[in-house]
Design a protein around this ligand. Sequence first.
Ligand code: 0L1
Ligand code: MG
Length: 255
Amino acid sequence: MIPADTIDELARRLDTAQTTRTDTPSLADTHEFDVDDAYAIQAALVALREARGERTAGVKLGFTSKAKMAQMGVSDVIVGRLTDAMRVADGDDVDLARFIHPKVEPEVAYRLCRDVDLDDPATDIESCVDAVAPALEIIDSRYRDFRFTYGDVVADNTSASAYAVGPWRPVASVSNRAVRLIAGGTEVTGSTAAILGDPVRALHALLDMCRRRRVPLRAGQVVLAGAATAAVPLPEGVTRCEVAGLGSVSVRGVR
Ligand code: 0L1
Ligand code: MG
């Protein structure tokens, strides 16, 4: 474990990168740290946001596709935290100047309807969600040229930056649904099967990660289950995610 003052220093470095929209080199270039340290930096980073008045609004999973896991050489998902300041209402403008080099990915979101008891081995995570919706996640790695290690990206709150959720529907299976992402002139198609085979598996993976990393899960929070396609640069103009049988959600990039 690296010392507490180093955790604090690295969290501040990432926080400054985000608040000043200035990228930073990989933390791993100058510091040796393990995954436990990385989650400690993430917690300190989110605490800085909370100290400025932001409130936790949910959690997200990353690396939920086989392709991304293979690219990073890992077999585990990562968990990050969402705050209310990251939320963009469906259809709203999002100022591109908020970001360093934003990308967008189409996702599925779940809504927690009760607090999740992480310490009860019998917890049934599926009974803790009451709604599902199409979602867009805007990721904005704070690292220069997207050059980061697994530990770096965990420390950087899994590149979490902004998100939008479409109309909620009562929870139902969203397995194997066609997904379309239209981002300006770019169109990408995929399937919810890219999310750990079925987005419901993301809920189980989330429970496991939150138990291990002591990330609380509370009623009303949003869960971003993971991306159904590769991320693409967030353009000026409308970006829309359509999930077959579930609906759509959009944001409009503005300068
Ligand atoms: O899948 C995710 O939401 C995590 C993204 C982290 C890696 C990146 O910034 O590309
Ligand atoms: Mg994502």
